[in-house]
Design a protein around this ligand. Structure first.
Ligand SMILES: [Zn+2]
Length: 168
């Protein structure tokens, strides 16, 4: 969708980030934001810095933009990592089921590798989807400098909903 020379990004101005509940009710986090779209130029090679001004609060944000080919390389590396996590997850899972299902002789404990496989299952279960989403959303633009005012900003890839309310 993005051409090689430019990339579309959204500067997300966080309007509010509230935590409610806690002691008796389940904790809920409600985030509201306003996205402003920008088209930034990619450098021919390497990376360069662009300045974006948030139209909501007129804060100046510095973003680092990578060239098209290294953006694609990083996105593919992240995708490979996600696939490796998936492979490791299933391998560790198969091993844990195999070892855990055995009836051990009296006085013998499960091998150390069993604990390692259980840890691998948990780690890859969390890391795999995270890395996969990072690779999908990676556009080679990252924020360098956030303004001092408390209101927070993010730079998003423009494939997500332009603005809204999220309650995870
Ligand atoms: Zn702002």
């Amino acid at each position: 969708m993005n051409t090689a020379g430019t990339v579309q990004v959204a500067v997300r101005h966080i309007l509010s980030d509230k935590l409610s509940g806690g002691f008796l009710r389940p904790r809920t986090r409600t985030v509201t934001w306003k996205d402003s779209h920008f088209v930034v130029k990619r450098p021919a090679s390497g990376k360069h810095t662009v300045e974006l001004t948030c139209p909501v609060c007129s804060a100046s944000l510095l973003a680092e933009v990578r060239d098209h080919s290294s953006t694609r390389t990083i996105a593919s590396v992240l995708l490979v990592l996600a696939v490796l996590c998936l492979v490791a997850f299933f391998a560790a899972f198969a091993y844990a089921v195999h070892e855990g299902g055995k009836t051990l002789p009296e006085g013998q404990s499960l091998p150390v590798l069993f604990s390692v496989s259980v840890i691998t299952i948990f780690v890859t279960f969390v890391a795999g989807p995270t890395v996969f989403l990072r690779s999908r959303g990676y556009i080679g633009v990252s924020m360098l400098d956030a303004p001092k005012p408390r209101r927070r900003h993010h730079i998003m890839s423009v494939r997500k909903a332009p603005q809204g309310v999220r309650t995870p």
